[in-house]
Design a protein around this ligand. Structure first.
Ligand SMILES: [Zn+2]
Length: 310
């Protein structure tokens, strides 16, 4: 039985996925699997940017073209805007990025400041993490924290300490990329705990099932963090299917794959249950600044099971 049959009728919110790096096939597969909304955090491109204008264009695409592109597949696209931790280490450029962040944080569909935090845990990363926490507090926006892959436990604790120092309520902070070592402290301190399902390494979804079994579904949420690397944009629906097969209740699954993300990021005032209920009129011939997702003369939907490419 396909996992799609296991989760038929369920809907999902992937609260961390970098769609700019993904294809229209991914969008179609996500829509077919029940993903109705997603959050695209601003991050790095796999190589460092050389000027502030590439940040400006990237942020503009997150609130513009990518948002439009998702809607053509029936998926609502939200984003978080911020200076990622890796590029915070280029201080001359980081200063310029800080200047333009307020131009984007108040735009429609921006549900938080993110993904920000620590990578190598350098002084420059801390400086711009702190500065962006202040921006989030001023804008009354949730914060999406990227926790470091190296020295994770200590980096996660420190990220939370600093957020509290800057006056953020734990309920306004989503700490992402958790694992079994970090989750207890994050939940005990009242923060939201995001989990990224990484294929082949780190956090596989069997481990995720056990985390939910042990800690329950409160304040836990699952994401794919799919990007330009080896990753799976269907990680959320697949994890839901596995949870169902392994006896996790449907209500718990709903919380960790949909509702908790909506509740946490809904505090931005930019996304609500009512918004997600509104029907989307999918017309792939629509244009955004003159561009559509179709190439000359294409029909809007493709029968993916057919070997014939029309
Ligand atoms: Zn990311």
């Amino acid at each position: 039985m396909s996992f799609l049959e296991t989760i038929r009728g369920m809907k999902f919110f992937d609260m961390h996925v970098h769609m700019t790096s993904r294809t229209t096939d991914d969008y179609q597969a996500m829509a077919d699997a029940g993903i109705v909304a997603l959050i695209e955090p601003a991050f790095w491109l796999g190589q460092p940017r050389t000027g502030v204008d590439s940040f400006r264009d990237y942020f503009a695409s997150l609130v513009g073209w990518e948002r439009f592109r998702a809607l053509q597949f029936g998926i609502r696209h939200y984003c978080t805007i911020g200076l990622n931790s890796k590029e915070a280490n280029n201080e001359a450029l980081a200063e310029q990025v800080m200047e333009i962040l307020p131009l984007f944080l108040y735009k429609e569909g921006v549900v938080g400041v993110g993904e920000i935090g620590f990578d190598d845990q350098t002084p420059a990363e801390e400086k711009y993490y702190r500065a962006q926490l202040d921006l989030a507090r001023e804008a009354n926006l949730p914060v999406q924290i990227h926790t470091p892959h190296r020295d994770k436990k200590q980096g996660t604790s420190r990220s939370m300490d600093i957020a509290l120092e800057h006056g953020l309520a734990p309920g306004m902070v989503i700490v992402d990329h958790n694992n079994e070592e970090t989750v207890k402290e994050v939940l005990d301190r009242g923060f939201w705990a995001g989990f990224t399902i990484y294929p082949f390494t780190k956090m596989g979804n069997e481990r995720m099932v056990e985390v939910v079994r042990q800690y329950g579904p409160e304040r836990i949420m699952v994401n794919s963090a799919a990007d330009w690397g080896i990753s799976d944009p269907l990680a959320v629906p697949k994890t839901a299917a596995l949870m169902k097969e392994r006896g996790i209740s449907e209500e718990a699954i709903r919380l960790v794959t949909f509702q908790n993300a909506l509740t946490a990021f809904g505090q931005s005032g930019q996304v609500s249950a009512e918004d997600l209920e509104q029907p989307i009129d999918i017309d792939q011939s629509q244009r955004y600044n003159g561009s559509s997702v179709l190439r000359g003369g294409q029909a809007p939907r493709v029968d993916k099971a057919s070997t014939i490419i029309k």
